[in-house]
Design a protein around this ligand. Sequence first.
Ligand code: GRF
Length: 201
Amino acid sequence: MLKVAVLVSGGGTNLQAILDAIDEGKIRNAEVVSVISNNPKAYALERAKKHGIPAVCITRKACGGTEAFNAALLKALKDCGAELVVLAGCLVVIPKEIIREYEGRIINIHPSLIPSFCGTGFYGLKVHEEALKRGVKVTGATVHIVDEGTDTGPILLQKAVEVKEGDTPESLQRRVMEEAEWILLPKAIDMICTQAVSSAD
Ligand code: GRF
């Protein structure tokens, strides 16, 4: 079983998709050992608790600054024995020391087809607002490995989603989540976990 830590900041629908996929056997060889949020109000924390998964909240404010926050985050990952770190709607810029420590073992879901509508400032609804402004007919989601840039790491999986006449940023965000994110992220985790297990055989 590969130990997975999930980092969240908000509602946690992607976390839920991961937990459901594990329960349904769609993700094999993985267990979520910890859910870590930088936002005390994140509903994702409730989802973790309901599932009996240890949930911790680490905030910059409580830590007293960025350096202490980064150290606390790294410690939380080490303490839970994470072998794979999944950013599921996580709004924290992952510090370099963590990226180096977990090189190639941190993945992120981004709600567009990278390299479109990604990079600094492209998060949440903003991504979909920009896609609509540009008038693209197709958008989607991307799962990629996290490197030291913003949304620049190697792409693992992508899925296209149609933009429809009359879409609002909210309706498009919902369709991208339903048709792409909730499918893609569990699929990527299953891919990594099954490969990790078979390559260790
Ligand atoms: C999702 O669109 C995710 O891609 C983005 O944040 C949104 C909310 O995710 N980064 P969740 O419901 O908290 O999983």
